[in-house]
Every structure is written in structure tokens, then in C-alpha cells.
Design a protein. Structure first.
Length: 73
């Protein structure tokens, strides 16, 4: 099973972005979401942003992932 996680775009450089995932920053490709901009949340999977999502969806997903982690799931 594959999991995509919400990531906040901090900066952009051509087709790459620096994103923040709960305090962890990394580079990811935005090749698949060329309309993404700084401040957008994207779903990130395997080093690629695969979809732009709204803030509410990002926060709900982050909360669910934290809950799963807390229960050892």
C-alpha cells in the first residue's frame, strides 16, 4: 500500500519545491501539479506532489496520521 502525505509548499524553484511535512523539510517535484504555488498544500508521494489539496483536507489527514501513529497502527 502506498501513502501520500500532505505537504506545505515553502518555496519553488522551476519544477521543484521545498515542502514542510510537520516540521520536516524536503525537496519534491511539482512536475505533476504545475499550478502549485507557495502556501499550497499538496499530497506528496515518492518525491512527487501529485495533487493540490485544500487546508481543511490537509489538516484532517495530518490529524488522522497522528492518531494512527499514537495508537501504533
Amino acid at each position: 500500500m502506498c501513502v501520500a502525505v500532505p505537504a506545505l509548499i515553502i518555496s519553488l524553484d522551476d519544477v521543484n519545491a521545498e515542502v514542510d511535512v510537520e516540521g520536516v523539510r524536503r525537496k519534491t517535484s511539482i512536475f505533476l501539479v504545475p499550478d502549485a504555488k507557495v502556501g499550497d498544500y499538496v499530497l506528496m508521494h515518492a518525491g512527487f506532489a501529485i495533487r493540490i489539496i485544500d487546508v481543511q483536507e490537509a489538516q484532517e489527514t495530518i490529524a488522522l496520521l497522528k492518531e494512527i501513529n499514537a495508537t501504533g497502527g
